[in-house]
Ligand binder design. Structure first.
Ligand SMILES: *Cc1c(COP(=O)(O)O)cnc(C)c1O
Length: 433
């Protein structure tokens, strides 16, 4: 494939944008090539500025569960734009949106709209601290909750309870208030609670981890988090920015039957426009200004274009529950196709899949159930695989530690074409050519 225009455009971008991108992973650093610059997309197909066409499994990193430029959503945005793009005043559609979310997500009784997943998690954390009168938050290794300081924290060394900053600019003082435990390690969580449980405001968790590649919660893990937080009077925050409206119409919490105190949402909720939200128990949410004393605001929060796109997406998902079965069927077909290819080409790899989420890990491990196991993956191998797949028209996330997302727009033919491309790529890698 010729990608001269992409190469030229990325060089140009680097002169006026740090690293040439507005979000780091887009720069393709971990796959050793310049990024593909996108021109447009429709349904499951994405097109670059050189005119190359790809089957898209990035789905804008999760939001586009209904595919690109879905007609109903485009129409809704156009209609909203004609009425004015922002008022900074209450509108009817905000309330319709809130009502729709409250109806769909079991634990959400009241909800506040924001503009990104990052805003949702940082605001939920402030609220949890205010509600409990405690300072500490417990998060998990390999979980991602956006780029607020409190979450850019790595586990400290063995004997250290507290985390350490994983980005310059995050202060040691902030890191001191974030505890980090291994994902799927309930015992570690219980030990941290035994030490400092009376100071922990909240446990925040991706109920299904999607930011270290796909890692599923082990049996009893989420239940255990619910129990231990309840026991110590800490709040349980489900970060459903990816899983909300994806793993079921009611998110991961509905799928697993667990009721968190607060839930953070993003991605799908905006229908492709910048939206986030956080919600939960009414007694907690009522602490937010102006109902209560906890400050949080946003000039463009509840923006009419974003609400129009998001509400249209949620209405489609709500009215067509069969979409979830279809998504899962396609993802299972993809996962099984990959697994068969892996076995037959004697590749060392593991495929994790749930609902419409999937990751192929290049690893010697027999399974990937933890950050440690995910991190053991062969990222060089992944990079080689990524480049071959891209050449054959398959557009995946340019990192081993991301998910592929199947959308409503993918056809069975798209899935089968992808399985064949996977087969050819694995064969090529095994033969070392
Ligand atoms: C993407 C993501 C976020 C951050 O959302 P942004 O809209 O990128 O700020 C937070 N939590 C999870 C689980 C995510 O996947």
């Amino acid at each position: 494939m010729n990608r001269q225009n992409s190469i030229r455009e990325f060089e140009r971008a680097q002169k006026s944008i740090p690293g040439g991108v507005n979000s780091p992973v887009r720069a393709y650093k971990s796959v050793g090539m310049p990024p593909v610059v996108i021109d447009h997309a429709k349904g499951a197909r994405i097109f670059d500025i050189d005119g190359n066409e790809y089957i898209d499994f990035v789905s804008s990193w999760g939001p586009l569960i209904l595919g690109h430029a879905r007609d109903e959503i485009v129409e809704a945005i156009k209609k909203a734009a004609e009425k004015g793009t922002s008022f900074g005043a209450p509108t009817k559609i905000e309330t319709q949106m809130a009502e729709r979310i409250v109806e769909m997500i079991p634990s959400v009784e009241s909800v506040r709209m924001v503009n990104s997943g990052t805003e949702a998690t940082m605001s939920a954390l402030r609220l949890a601290r205010a509600f409990t009168g405690r300072d500490l938050v417990l998060k998990f290794e390999g979980n991602y909750h956006g780029h607020a300081d409190s979450f850019l924290i790595n586990a400290g060394s063995g004997a250290m309870t507290f985390g350490v900053p994983n980005s310059p600019g995050v202060t040691a003082a902030t890191a001191k208030n974030t505890l980090v435990a291994p994902y799927n390690d309930l015992q570690a969580v219980e030990e941290l609670f035994a030490q400092t449980g009376d100071q922990i405001a909240a446990v925040i968790v991706e109920p299904v981890a999607g930011n270290m590649g796909l890692v599923l919660p082990q049996k009893g893990f989420l239940e255990g988090l619910r129990q231990v937080t309840q026991k110590y009077g800490a709040l349980l925050i489900f970060d459903e920015v990816i899983t909300g409206f994806r793993l079921s119409a009611g998110g991961a919490q509905k799928l697993f039957g667990i009721t968190p105190d607060l839930t953070t949402l993003g991605k799908i909720i905006g229908g492709g426009l910048p939206v986030g939200a956080y919600g939960g128990r009414k007694d907690i949410m009522e602490k937010l200004a102006p109902a209560g004393p906890v400050y949080q605001a946003g000039t463009l929060s509840g923006n009419p274009l974003a609400m129009a796109a998001g509400l249209t997406a949620l209405n489609i998902l709500n009215d067509h529950p069969e979409i979830y079965d279809q998504l899962e069927k396609k993802a299972i077909r993809l996962a099984e196709g990959f697994r068969k290819n892996i076995t037959e080409t004697q590749t060392q790899a593991v495929v994790n899949q749930i609902g419409s989420m999937l990751t192929l890990f290049f690893t010697k491990e027999k399974q990937v159930t933890s950050f440690h196991e995910a991190a053991a993956s062969d990222t060089e191998k992944f990079a080689a695989y990524f480049r071959i797949a891209l050449e054959s028209g398959i557009y995946m996330a340019p990192s081993q530690f991301e998910c592929s997302f199947v959308s409503d727009a993918h056809t069975e033919d798209d899935i089968d074409q992808t399985i064949r491309a996977n087969r050819a790529a694995l064969e090529k890698m095994q033969s070392g050519t």
